[in-house]
Write a protein that binds this ligand. Structure first.
Ligand code: GAP
Length: 484
């Protein structure tokens, strides 16, 4: 019988997997983030929250197209992480949890960033985001003399900065009709804890054997000191997290296995491979729960930044929750007849950062007949609308009626839209700009030859197909896109 305790040391100190730094900077898909911000506003992807009241910093609302894109990304993640796997099941836990959860998880004591304040305009900044301080380690970031030593100044008005202090990122509210300390609860800063406290419930009801995972998508909240870069860092955001419970001696191997799998998911849905890389956290930058962490990073217009975190959390979470709650959270392995606290390998993706990345990476500008054509080369599974049905002559009622019949038939399977508010050229451009993969155009001939034109967004090629074959033709194209 293997001694599981003896293997823990080895499991947590496996050699780091190769991190793949591209030799050359591939450059961002879009030079200026403002291009994406303005397209998002103009076309109804993302709006500033509470805009008519001047907005609220670091919260964004998804419009009609944004919610479709975001739901499609979440569906694609669920498909890869739950539907296509036999070893992962889903969960939807509450945002509010017993306050003790966050004490036990270490968030109340540890979930903070070093912050400085300008003594003139009283604006606050994360120390590691100040020019000149980006590469400091955690000790230096909290060094009381660091501001003077590096000559750090307020990036807005050049004013003097206070020495750094820790700022806790947890958002609090009150539960029940009284506002007193006893009623304080936290808005979860990560969805993961809802999974840990349900480990026993899920394991016993699903009868899963190790290794197995629990996946969850949901809102998380952090009182970020310097939110920004559009939806990259917000105070209210979504996470798509999966916690994989493993034998301690298997944790290092399973951690390594999740790295290429998660990277492949972004590539499968169209992210340019050279704009993705892995970056391993230095020991001094590891989160309080992590034994090892590797980020999947993307080359955003504002630099290489974290898209998803993959963590070996050891037995930190289940061990602490077992001790603090008094519940036995051990797993009994019938094969080896051992009782032990499972270790956790976590994949933690952003439910906003992922759609944001797909949006940026899909952006294309090209010259077509002397004009700039803007298109979003989104994977058909992610595109908000799959098909637009367009009349060449909206004055002919028979044409409009046929358009609606085709669109209604498509709508039973997918998001389809009818549009007749501009000339056909403009309608194509509009659909290109929101990433609709296919347009179906009905013209006068369609009434006699019972055929329509299908136009491809990326190649702009057109093909004549029979009216009866429209749905089949679109579904075949979906299958082809999925198989690529
Ligand atoms: N449970 C582990 C965890 O929360 P994290 O690296 O702090 O790890 C995971 O967060 C992912 O959540 C990030 O890679 C990012 O995609 C997303 N995320 C974190 N903070 C965010 C914020 N303020 N705004 C938008 N997304 C955020």
């Amino acid at each position: 019988m293997t001694d599981i305790l003896e293997q823990r040391q080895a499991a947590s100190t496996s050699a780091p997997p190769a991190t793949d730094q591209p030799a050359e900077d591939p450059g961002p898909a879009v030079q200026n983030l403002e291009t994406i911000v303005s397209l998002s506003k103009r076309r109804g992807f993302i709006f500033p929250s509470s805009e008519i009241y001047g907005g609220i910093n670091a919260v964004w609302d998804y419009g009609p197209l944004g919610v479709e894109l975001k739901n499609n990304v979440k569906r694609a993640w669920w498909r890869a992480m739950v539907q296509e796997r036999d070893d992962i099941v889903g969960l939807d836990a509450g945002i509010l949890m017993a306050p003790q959860v966050w004490v036990t998880s270490g968030h109340v004591a540890e979930f903070s960033d070093p912050m400085v304040e300008c003594t003139i305009d009283h604006k606050r900044f994360r120390v590691d985001e100040l020019p000149g301080a980006e590469d400091l380690g955690p000790k230096e970031l909290l060094d009381p003399g660091i501001v003077d030593r590096l000559g750090l100044k307020c990036p807005i008005d050049g004013g003097p900065l206070t020495p750094p202090r820790q700022f806790n990122l947890m958002l609090k509210t009150y539960l029940g009709p009284v506002e007193e300390a006893a009623a304080v609860v936290y808005l979860r800063p990560e969805t993961a804890q809802g999974i840990y406290v349900n480990f026993k419930n899920v394991q016993s009801t699903s009868r899963k054997k190790l290794p197995f995972g629990i996946a969850q998508i949901g809102k998380a909240f952090r009182n970020e000191i310097s939110p920004g870069n559009f939806v990259f860092r917000m105070r209210e955001f979504e996470q798509m997290e999966m916690q994989y419970f493993v034998r301690p001696d298997a944790a290092a191997r399973i951690f390594d296995e999740w790295l290429p799998r998660r990277r492949a998911w972004y590539e499968r849905y169209g992210v340019t491979p050279s704009r993705l890389r892995f970056r391993e956290h230095r020991p001094d930058e590891l989160a309080h729960y992590a034994k090892k962490a590797i980020d999947v990073e993307y080359r955003f217009p504002f630099g290489w930044k974290e898209l998803e975190g993959i963590h070996n959390r050891g037995d930190f979470d289940l061990g602490n929750h077992a001790r603090a709650s008094g519940e036995n959270l051990e797993y009994f392995d019938p094969a080896t007849e051992e009782h032990f606290i499972p270790w956790i390998v976590e994949t933690s993706a952003g439910g906003d950062r992922a759609p944001f990345t797909f949006l940026i990476d899909a952006y294309r500008e090209e010259e077509v007949k002397g004009e700039t054509r803007v298109s979003l080369a989104l994977h058909p599974d992610l595109a908000p609308y799959k098909v637009a049905v367009l009349p060449l002559l909206k004055k002919r009622p028979e044409i409009v009626e046929l358009c609606h019949r085709i669109k209604d038939d498509l709508k039973t399977e997918m998001m389809a839209v009818y549009d007749d508010t501009a000339s056909i050229g403009k309608l194509y451009r509009r659909q290109d700009e929101i990433g609709t993969p296919w347009c179906i155009t009905i013209d006068v001939d369609s009434l006699s030859d019972r055929a329509v034109t299908i136009r491809d967004r990326d190649s702009m090629t057109q093909e004549r197909i029979p009216v009866e074959g429209v749905k089949r033709a679109i579904l075949d194209r979906f299958e082809a896109a999925r198989a690529r």
